[in-house]
Design a protein. Structure first.
Length: 395
């Protein structure tokens, strides 16, 4: 009977199902969701720095520019030409110089929002060496009151614990501002993560187009002699293999196609969505540069007319991005190292030796020098110089 499957205890007939070739496609399209890459430091470094040219160049540009800034050491009375702390910064360890260590320090801060510097101490008061530790291997151990009491550095199955419960920590932790985390900083890479995914996806799309003759070439239309538009299986298989072997790919671009009877070539152009991909990629590149504070003009990204010329963009880059970062890091290092020496000294960038700011500094020096209502001490304070010694010059 037709309704036998409704009876209790009766045999349950298997409902008939229709097999549709388009069913999987429709189901996939209906349940499709945006796939974002993970937001951990290791993944962001791999996809946003090692695998993205805009992120790579932004980090390198900031880190190299900040590491190349000349530093000066001074206290409230004098500027030091020679000092043990300056010697330590100049040669922090046997494998790195000042520029290499500072570049690694700024790079870690930009990639993860955190930078860790280890002090290797000996019998002297000042540390013998300074080492930049990888941020993805470091873990902050908070105490009962929430403040860090230790730092744990893990490599594989091994871990080393730095005790930070004393008055002087062997690790200097420099972090960016994070509104929702008490112990770790927020990196520009995390803020640019969505733009990085879009930029990388657009690059993969462009690579796929190149692998398929750099454009959606067209379609082969078959018209049989009997008016039927269907090919036999062996004909379809042979035609597909011939196209893949002889006409697909960049090396076969422009090669003429030999068609047999019944085949007609219908060329196809880019759809509007395909043409928008390049603009989407450029917009994503500008967002990545914006997150790092790098003017897109300095990265060669077209379509940005915020600055009148390259010189203005370079000056804004130093003034708004490089100097604040370098000043904050130098202040954190000098404050940390002052605990070893017991001296209240300040390490900061020497603005008078930055070529990008030469015009601004010249104008400031001229303006302050012409202010007759200011005393010499006030003028020096405005210019960031220490007070004069008894002999009328810096001690």
């Amino acid at each position: 009977m037709v309704f036998d499957f409704l009876r209790r205890g009766g045999e349950r007939a298997v409902p008939e199902t229709k097999a549709s070739a388009a069913g999987p496609v429709v189901a996939w399209h209906g349940a499709g969701r945006v796939a974002w890459s993970p937001r951990d430091t290791a993944t962001l470094t791999r996809t946003g720095f090692a695998g993205n040219p805009v992120g790579f160049r932004s980090v390198k540009l900031i880190a190299e520019a900040a590491a190349a800034l000349p530093l000066v050491l001074q206290d409230s009375r004098q500027r030091f030409d020679m000092h043990p702390l300056l010697s330590l910064i100049k040669r922090p360890n046997a494998a790195q110089g000042r520029a290499e260590m500072m570049e690694a320090l700024f790079g870690q801060l930009l990639l993860s929002g955190n930078a860790y510097v280890e002090a290797v101490c000996g019998e002297a008061a000042l540390p013998l060496e300074l080492h930049v530790l990888r941020s993805d291997r470091m873990r902050v151990v908070p105490g009962a009151d929430g403040w860090p009491v230790a730092y744990e550095y893990s490599v594989g199955a091994k871990a080393h614990r730095f005790d930070a419960s004393g008055p002087l920590s062997p690790v200097c932790h420099i972090k960016s501002f994070h509104p929702q985390d008490d112990h770790y900083g927020l990196s520009p890479m995390q803020a640019a993560a969505m733009a990085l995914d879009v930029h990388n996806s657009a690059s993969r799309w462009s690579k796929a187009l190149l692998d398929n003759a750099a454009r959606p070439s067209g379609a082969l239309v078959f018209s049989g002699g009997d008016g039927q538009g269907a090919m036999a299986d062996d004909q379809y298989r042979r035609l597909s293999e011939e196209i893949e072997a002889n006409y697909q790919g960049a090396r076969n671009a422009g090669r003429p196609m030999v068609l047999e009877g019944g085949l007609d070539w219908k060329p196809m152009g880019f759809s509007p969505s395909d043409m928008e991909f390049q603009k989407t990629k450029e917009a994503a590149g500008r967002e990545i540069a914006l997150a790092f504070g790098v003017p897109p003009m300095l990265l060669g990204i077209q379509g940005d007319a915020t600055y009148a010329n390259y010189q203005e963009a370079n000056r804004a880059f130093y003034r708004l991005t490089v100097l604040p970062l370098a000043t904050r890091v130098a202040a954190a290092l000098s404050d940390w190292l002052s605990g070893y020496t017991g001296e209240m000294v300040e390490l900061k960038p020497d603005l008078d030796q930055v070529p990008a700011l030469a015009a601004e500094r010249d104008a400031q020096w001229a303006r302050v020098s012409a202010a007759d209502f200011l005393s010499e001490a006030e003028k020096r304070a405005i210019l960031g110089l220490p007070v004069l010694g008894e002999g009328g010059a810096d001690d």
